[in-house]
Design a protein around this ligand. Structure first.
Ligand code: GLC
Length: 713
């Protein structure tokens, strides 16, 4: 059917973001750009220098070139309205789409946005996984643009699969509505996108620590044993996770009193050892007339409906109903249950699971309904944001304690990072899941969900010594580091194999903790500016054409490159280093960039490179993160000069919102060390500054050395 271009409207959201639509998707199911960013004007697209409608196509100009253009189509298919947008992607790379277990470069496949739980091995032929993030990045030569499709209805993305040079995005249920996001480079495009969907929230510093999990540690003794083993073997640890067996019959916010007779005592004892507990919470609620949550929700008519009755399907507890988390009253009830639970048990974090929503007897029918803002909303429209609304129920539990949330989720939508962070679901202990785990994490990163991670060692099936070691080496600086596995598999805690495995695990956890101030700076930049923590190399070097073909190496901030082994029985790999000079962290050898090398890596080694001339903020010898009691900030020089800006606050509270944080500026050049406290609104626990320059160490008094220069030669 002919598409009438006169219906297309273009709104200017800000200088770099435009919304092009025939009908705006009701924003009420999600929270889009902050109200402070007004849609300033309806621009007359035919005259606008950046967006033009011409010859039935929409042209978008970026970086002084007309690079991108597309055709919007409307037709009837199977009696359903079919809205699609067609882009020519000849010589265009496509990235994004969140957690798909697929290459970073998405060309050659099709994908579907429909939050999906599947227990099979995930791979690149799976069109949908747990999250629906309808954000894609198009890249041609040195130019990047972002496209965001805000409708919560399912989308299909055929990225050059049917026709190699065509990207077709379609939605059966919703008219055209997309944001076009421009920027001078990839970083700007992602940051501008992040402003539209919301910046990722700021995490606690402790959340950058090591997390140990298993489905399940069945009782208190087992949990204490894990804590003891980590401490006794000097492997840093900050959190232990409790999977569903801590509950009474898999009922949320209850405890199995036989196996966990005194949860509060357990969490208190572990806290004395600086280990905190995170507990799982599933989306569906056991249908049980004696269960307080079920009866309350039933009484208040707060379950998802099918044919006017509460819909029932099977999840872990057996028959379950599905709360209407989109409803404010429902959210408030869950907030109350969680508050009470947190208070009574002393758990520190909430792990939201099965919130796609997952159900074992087939998916919820498409006609399942909820009531939302006085309208009836069908499953097809609310499905993809169900998980997000569940997560939103718990944000205030932490806020009211003046704490940043430890809240993570399996399901999510494009707008979800402002409430929770993510892990990427049920991977397997397979080599290709290690490889795709990296691309999945990097794609989540590119999609404004930088704080994420996957089950280290693999969830399904037994891991083995070599796989676990390579997994730890590949991911020791990934934002969320959690070892987790399913029921009845071999144990895979750091100490579970042999001394060699444990020594290697310890070594990498120790390095992770050493780099905490650097990682923490990055999480702050993520929250403040929408910057990535880990990224493909081309995020930092967007003009580097070689970097665009690299899927198994990545950057941590702009100073670190990780090049792991992701294949079995392999002890060497090709290493690519972008421009500049790079220092091998382990050997101190200097490598020249813009070049490929063969890197030999024994079982205990990973490619770990620091940009030459970096002054790196670090810690040393930590076994856990108790920010306020860390007294020494280390600055280590890699190269002959360097500078850095360091963010500092209490690491846990929301006081940073009131400006209670510090910034330090440090530099070393020509033998002169310079340190300035640029902003000083937080009373830091740092007492000493330790400089590590070449092989020399200097310990200085932190307070005394504000604004000083010292000649160290
Ligand atoms: C789901 C989760 C997994 C968890 C299991 C039992 O499969 O993805 O992490 O261990 O449920 O709760």
């Amino acid at each position: 059917m002919e598409f009438d271009y006169k219906n297309v409207k273009v709104n200017k959201i800000n200088k770099k973001v435009f919304r092009i639509y025939t009908k705006k998707h009701d924003d009420d199911l999600i929270e889009l750009y902050s109200k402070s960013i007004e849609e300033t004007s309806l621009i007359e697209s035919s005259k606008h220098p950046l967006i033009q409608l011409k010859d039935n196509r929409i042209f978008i100009r970026n970086n002084e070139e007309f690079l991108f253009n597309f055709e919007t189509l409307f037709s009837k298919l199977d009696n359903k309205n079919y809205y699609s947008i067609k882009f020519n992607i000849d010589n265009i790379n496509v990235y994004g789409l969140g957690d798909k277990m697929a290459p970073i470069r998405k060309n050659g496949y099709w994908y579907k946005s429909w939050n999906t739980d599947t227990s099979e091995h995930h791979d690149e032929l799976f069109p949908s996984l747990y999250k629906s993030i309808n954000f894609i990045i198009l890249n041609k030569n040195n130019s990047y643009i972002g496209l965001f499709f805000p409708s919560t209805f399912p989308y299909n993305f055929d990225i050059g699969k049917t026709k190699i040079d065509e990207l077709v995005v379609n939605n059966f249920n919703y008219e055209h509505d997309l944001f076009v996001i421009l920027g001078n480079n990839l970083k700007e495009v992602i940051s501008n996108y992040s402003l539209i969907v919301g910046r990722p929230y700021f995490v606690r510093m402790k959340m950058l620590g090591n997390n140990q999990s298993r489905w399940s540690y069945d009782n208190e003794e087992q949990v204490r044993e894990v804590a003891k083993k980590y401490r006794e073997n000097n492997i840093p640890l900050d959190y232990i996770h409790l999977d569903i067996d801590y509950m009474d019959g898999f009922r949320d916010f209850t405890i199995n009193k036989t196996s966990f007779p005194n949860m509060k005592k357990l969490t208190d004892d572990l806290k004395n050892d600086h280990i905190e507990i995170v507990s799982i919470n599933d989306a569906a609620i056991k249908k049980d007339s004696k269960y307080f949550i079920y009866t309350k929700l039933k009484k208040n008519n707060l379950f998802v409906k099918y044919n006017n009755l509460d819909y029932v399907n099977t999840v872990w507890p057996g028959d379950c109903s599905f709360p209407n988390y989109l409803d404010d009253k429902c959210k408030k009830l869950f907030e109350r249950y969680a508050n009470k639970f947190i208070k009574e048990t002393g758990v520190s974090g909430i792990w939201d699971d099965m919130n796609e929503p997952a159900s074992f007897k087939g998916e919820l029918p498409i006609d399942c309904e909820i009531k939302y803002n006085n309208r009836i909303v069908k499953h097809e429209e609310w499905h993809n944001v169900y998980g997000e609304h569940m997560n939103r129920s718990f944000v205030k539990c932490f806020e009211k304690e003046n704490k940043r949330a430890y809240l993570f989720s399996r399901a999510g939508f494009a707008t979800s990072s402002k409430y929770s962070f993510f892990w990427n679901g049920d991977n397997f202990s397979l080599w290709h899941h290690l490889r795709f785990g990296i691309t999945q994490i990097l794609s989540m990163s590119l999609s404004n969900a930088p704080f994420n991670g996957c089950d280290i060692g693999g969830f399904g099936g037994d891991t083995n010594k070599e796989l676990l070691i390579r997994w730890v080496e590949a991911m020791f600086l990934i934002p969320f580091f959690r070892n987790h596995t399913t029921k009845n598999t071999m144990h895979q805690e750091a100490y579970s194999f042999d001394v060699e495995t444990m020594n290697i695990y310890r070594k990498y956890m120790q390095i992770r903790y050493d780099f905490l101030p650097y990682l923490y700076n990055l999480t702050r930049n993520m929250h403040k500016n929408g910057e990535l923590i880990v990224s493909p190399i081309f995020y930092i070097y967007p003009k580097d054409q070689v970097a665009k073909n690299i899927e198994d190496e990545y950057m941590v901030g702009d100073k670190i490159i990780i090049a792991p082994i992701v294949d079995c029985n392999t002890a060497s790999r090709v290493l690519y280093l972008p421009q500049g000079k790079w220092i091998n962290y382990f050997t101190n050898n200097v490598y020249v960039g813009n070049k490929k090398y063969i890197l030999n890596l024994n079982l205990n080694e990973v490619g770990f490179f620091i940009k030459y001339n970096t002054l790196m903020p670090m810690y040393e010898n930590l076994q856990y993160i108790d920010k306020e009691n860390i007294d020494t900030l280390v600055l280590k020089l890699f190269g002959i000069k360097g500078e850095c800006k360091i963010y500092d606050d209490d690491g846990v509270s929301l006081d940073y919102k009131k400006g209670k944080y510090n910034f330090y500026y440090a530099s070393f050049k020509d033998g002169i060390f310079n340190f300035k406290i640029k902003k000083n609104k937080y009373k830091t626990g740092y007492k000493y500054l330790k400089l590590k320059i070449n092989n020399k160490e200097f310990v200085l008094d932190f307070e005394e050395y504000n604004n000083f220069k010292i000649n160290l030669e």
